[in-house]
Design a protein around this ligand. Structure first.
Ligand code: PEP
Ligand code: MG
Length: 757
C-alpha cells in the first residue's frame, strides 16, 4: 500500500475512543465535531440530522453559535446543506456565498465563513443527514479531505442507525430514518400482514468500522477481492453456462465490477483513511447506491443490482457469513423484503413464520407470486426501492389488496389495520358459511370450483375452502424444494398422500413443468436466451424420458385401484400427447408385468397455454379426456409479454376483447366436442374475471384456495344468463367503445346487479 495520509486515521482512532466513552449522546456528538474540526483544521464542524418532516436540524457544532443547536434548521433542497441532502453528493466550495443555493442562517453566525465542505451522511444509499466543515478563509479542500469527511460520516450514520441520536430529537419530531413511509406497488396476493422486516439478502452488519492495523486491512481486502474474482471466473468457465444469455450477461457485469479499478481504488482509499476492509466496502457501496439510485434508466438500475450483489458477496467473504437468515433468526411475524426472489427461495422459509412478502419486482403471475398465493402470504410487488427504505426488524404492514406497504406505521395506521384484519376474519367466516353449499348461480347453473395446489401445506385448504377437488396440482413445486431429484419411492409416497388427503375429491396431477423460471438447483440445464419459450415442461420431459417415466410410474403406482388424472403442460404439438401416451402405456405394461395394481381409470388431459393449440382444438379433443386452460402462459404468449418481467407483466389486461375471444373459442369448441374444460390460471381466482369466464361458458374453474370463498360468493349472486348476454355483447358489439378492456363495464354490471367482486 502507498504511504497513507495519517490525519484521517488518527481522527478515526480518536473517534473510536469517543464512541467507547460512557457519556451522553449529545456529549459524544459534541466531542466528535470538535475532533473533526481540529483534525481538518477547520473553524467549524457541524452535524445536521434529517428529520421525518424533511427538515435538517443542527444537532451539534464546533464553531457556530451553541444556542443554534437543535434550533437552526433547513428544508431538504434548501441552502447548501439541503442541496447536499437532496442530491446525496458532497459540495466543496472555496467561496460558499457565491453559490446560488447559499442561504445564511442568522442564528448560527456563519456569515463570516467563506469556504465550505459538506458531505451526506449515508446508509445503504439513503441520506440521513449532512456533515459540514467551514473555514474563514478561501480554501479548497483536498480530495483526501473530502474522502476523510465521508469516512467520518459513516461513523455518524452508524450512530444514527443504532438509534443513539433518537433520544436527542425534540419532542414530537422523528428522525427520517424512523419516518413512517407508505409505499405503493401492485397487490400480488390478497390479505393483510402485520409484522417485522426480514431482508431476504440482509445487509451484512458491519460492527467494526475503524481499523486497528491499516496494512492488515488492506491485505484482507486484497485477499477477499482475489477470492471474489476467482468465484466469478469460475462461474463463467462452467460449461453449463452457455455462450450467451441473460445469466452470462449478469456474470460478465460482475466480472467487470470485480476488476473495476475505480471500485478497488475507492475501497483502498477508505482503508487508508482508517476504515476496516468491510467498512470500506460498505462505504463505497453506499456512495455508489446513492449515485445510481437516482437513475431512471432501467439498464443502469440493473447494474446497481449487480453491483449490490457483488458488494454483498464481498462483505460475506470478509465476514465469513452465510447467506440469508437462519430459521432461528426469523421472527414469528416475518415480512420478507427482497428485490426479487425465486419460488424455491420463498419456499425455503418456514411458512409458519411468514406474514407477508414485499418485492421491488415481481409480476402478478410470476412463479414466486403463485407460490406466495398458494401459501396465502399477503404480498405486494413493484415497490420501488423498498430494500433501501427498511432495516431488518422494522415494523411493517403489507396490504395485498390495496397494493400498499406501510413501513414503520404510526399507531393509528396500525390500529386501522388491526381492524381490517378483524373485518377480513369476519368475511372469512361468511365464506365458511357458504362452504358446504353447492355453487349454483341464481339461474341454476352449477359451477365447479376447484383449487390449485402443489405442496403438502396446501392440502388442508381443500376441506377448509370447500373446493370440489384439485384442478391443478403443480408437481414441480415439490421438486423445487428438494435438495436433490426425488426418487421414485419418494414421489410415489408423496402423490399417495396427496390422493389420500383429497379422499373422494379428484386431483389433476400436472407432469413436471420445469424450465423457464422454475429451476431445479440439482438439474443442470443450459442457460437459455428465452427460457419461458425454451426447453421446459413436456418438451424437457420427452427429451429426458427417464425423468418423465419415473414420474409417470410413481403416479400410476400411487393411484393403484383408483382414478388417476394426468395433465401435460405446454403442449404445442399433438405429437407430444401421442408420445406421452406411448410412455404411459409402457409404464402400465411394466407395472402389470411385475404384478402391480394399476389405476382403476386413467384420464389424460392437456393444458391449453400455447396459442398454437387454438387451431387444433378439434383434433385435440380426439386425443385427450379433458383440457385445462393455462391462462397465465396463454396470455403471456398471445400478448408477447413476459409474465415475470415487471416492465410488461400487467401491461395488457386479460379482460381484453382479443384474449376473451380466444378463451370463448376454446369453451365453445370444447362444448361442441363434449370435452370437459377447466381454466386454472390466476384469472380464475379473481371474482370479476371469473364472472367474465362464466359469461364465456366456463363451468369449471381452478384457483388458489383463498380465492374459492370470494369466487363462490360472486357466483351465488350471479345470473349466468345475464352475464353471458353482457359479455357476449361487449365482445361482439363492434361499435362499442370499450377500448382494450371490458373490466370497467363488467364492474359496472356487477355493481348494478349487486354482485360482490
Ligand atoms: C398457467 O400457465 O396458466 C398455469 C396454470 O400454469 P403455470 O402458472 O404453472 O405456468
Ligand atoms: Mg403455465
Amino acid at each position: 500500500m502507498r504511504g497513507p495520509p495519517a490525519g484521517p486515521r488518527v481522527l478515526l482512532r480518536r473517534l473510536r475512543e469517543i464512541m467507547a466513552e460512557p457519556i451522553s449522546a449529545q456529549e459524544r456528538l459534541d466531542k466528535i465535531v470538535t475532533q473533526i474540526a481540529a483534525n481538518v483544521v477547520a473553524e467549524v464542524c457541524s452535524v445536521y440530522v434529517l428529520r421525518s418532516d424533511g427538515v435538517l436540524e443542527l444537532y451539534a457544532t464546533e464553531g457556530l453559535k451553541a444556542e443554534a443547536v437543535h434550533h437552526a434548521a433547513l428544508r431538504t433542497g434548501q441552502g447548501l446543506v439541503g442541496t447536499i441532502a437532496a442530491e446525496a453528493r458532497p459540495l466543496n466550495l472555496p467561496n460558499a456565498q457565491s453559490h446560488p443555493a447559499y442561504r445564511y442562517l442568522p442564528e448560527t453566525g456563519e456569515e463570516i465563513y467563506q469556504s465550505f465542505l459538506g458531505v451526506p451522511i449515508l446508509r445503504a444509499g439513503r441520506t440521513l443527514g449532512v456533515l459540514v466543515v467551514q473555514n474563514r478563509t478561501h480554501r479548497t479542500y483536498y480530495d483526501e479531505e473530502v474522502e476523510a469527511l465521508q469516512t467520518t460520516a459513516m461513523v455518524l450514520a452508524e450512530m444514527l442507525a443504532v438509534g443513539e441520536l433518537e433520544r436527542l430529537a425534540q419532542p414530537g419530531t422523528l428522525l427520517d430514518l424512523k419516518r413512517p413511509i407508505t409505499a405503493t406497488g401492485v397487490g400480488l396476493c390478497e390479505g393483510v400482514g402485520l409484522g417485522h422486516v426480514v431482508l431476504h439478502e440482509p445487509r451484512v452488519v458491519v460492527n467494526a468500522l475503524i481499523a486497528e492495523d491499516v496494512d492488515a486491512e488492506g491485505e484482507r481486502l486484497e485477499e477477499a477481492i482475489a477470492s471474489l474474482r476467482l468465484f466469478v471466473d469460475d462461474m463463467l468457465s462452467r460449461d453449463d453456462i452457455a455462450e450467451t444469455g441473460e445469466h452470462r450477461d449478469v456474470l460478465e457485469a460482475y466480472r467487470m465490477f470485480a476488476h473495476d479499478r475505480g471500485w478497488v481504488r475507492r475501497m483502498n482509499e477508505a482503508i487508508r483513511n482508517g476504515l476496516t476492509a468491510e467498512a470500506a466496502v460498505e462505504k463505497v457501496q453506499s456512495d455508489t447506491r446513492a449515485r445510481l439510485q437516482r437513475q431512471t434508466d432501467p439498464f443502469l438500475r440493473d447494474r446497481l443490482h449487480d453491483f449490490d450483489d457483488l458488494a454483498n458477496r464481498l462483505l460475506r467473504v470478509l465476514m465469513n457469513k452465510a447467506h440469508g437468515p437462519t430459521e432461528q433468526e426469523l421472527p414469528r411475524d416475518a415480512i420478507i423484503v427482497a428485490r426479487n426472489m425465486g419460488a424455491a427461495e420463498l419456499l425455503d422459509y418456514g411458512r409458519e413464520r411468514i406474514r407477508g412478502l414485499i418485492l421491488e419486482e415481481g409480476g402478478p403471475t410470476s412463479h414466486v407470486t403463485i407460490v406466495a398465493r398458494a401459501l396465502g402470504i399477503a404480498s405486494v410487488g413493484r415497490v420501488a426501492n423498498v430494500v433501501s427504505l427498511v432495516e431488518n426488524g422494522d415494523a411493517v404492514i403489507v396490504d395485498g389488496l390495496a397494493g400498499e406497504v406501510h413501513i414503520r406505521p404510526t399507531a393509528d395506521v396500525e390500529a386501522a389495520y388491526a381492524e381490517k384484519v378483524r373485518f377480513r376474519a369476519k368475511r372469512q367466516e361468511q365464506y365458511q358459511l357458504l362452504r358446504d353449499k353447492p355453487t349454483v348461480t341464481l339461474d341454476g347453473q352449477r359451477i365447479k370450483l376447484l383449487m390449485n395446489a402443489g405442496l403438502m401445506v396446501d392440502l388442508p385448504h381443500l376441506a377448509e375452502s370447500g373446493a370440489e377437488g384439485i384442478g391443478l396440482f403443480r408437481t414441480e413445486l415439490q421438486f423445487m424444494i428438494a435438495e436433490r431429484m426425488p426418487r421414485l419411492g419418494e414421489q410415489r409416497a408423496f402423490y399417495g398422500s396427496v390422493i389420500e388427503a383429497a379422499g373422494e375429491r379428484p386431483v389433476t396431477f400436472r407432469t413436471l413443468d420445469i424450465g423457464g423460471d422454475k429451476v431445479l438447483p440439482y438439474l443442470r440445464t443450459a442457460q437459455e436466451e428465452n427460457p419461458a419459450m425454451g426447453w421446459r415442461a413436456i418438451r424437457l420431459g420427452l427429451d429426458r424420458p427417464g425423468l418423465l417415466r419415473t414420474q409417470l410410474r410413481a403416479l400410476l403406482q400411487a393411484a393403484a385401484g383408483r382414478q388417476l388424472r394426468i395433465m401435460l403442460p405446454m403442449v404445442t404439438d399433438l405429437l407430444e400427447i401421442r408420445e406421452t401416451r406411448g410412455l404411459v402405456d409402457k409404464e402400465i405394461a411394466h407395472l402389470r408385468r411385475h404384478g402391480h395394481e394399476t389405476p382403476e381409470a386413467l384420464l389424460i388431459g392437456a393444458m391449453i397455454e400455447v396459442p398454437s393449440m387454438l387451431w387444433q382444438l378439434d383434433d385435440l379433443a380426439k386425443l385427450v379426456d379433458f383440457v385445462s386452460v393455462g391462462s397465465n402462459d396463454l396470455h403471456q404468449f398471445m400478448t408477447a409479454s413476459d409474465r415475470g418481467n415487471i416492465m410488461v407483466a400487467g401491461r395488457f389486461d386479460p379482460l381484453s376483447p382479443p384474449f376473451l375471444r380466444a378463451l370463448r373459442q376454446i369453451a365453445v369448441s370444447a362444448a361442441a366436442s363434449g370435452l370437459p374444460v377447466t381454466l386454472c390460471g390466476e384469472m380464475a381466482g379473481s371474482p370479476l374475471a371469473a364472472m367474465a369466464l362464466i359469461g364465456l361458458g366456463y363451468r369449471s374453474l381452478s384457483m388458489s384456495a383463498a380465492a374459492v370463498g370470494p369466487v363462490k360468493a360472486m357466483t351465488c349472486a350471479l345470473d349466468a344468463g345475464k352475464v353471458t348476454g353482457k359479455v357476449q355483447a361487449l365482445l361482439d358489439d363492434s361499435l362499442n367503445n370499450q377500448g382494450n378492456s371490458i373490466r370497467a363495464a363488467l364492474a359496472d354490471f356487477a355493481v348494478a346487479e349487486d354482485i360482490p367482486f
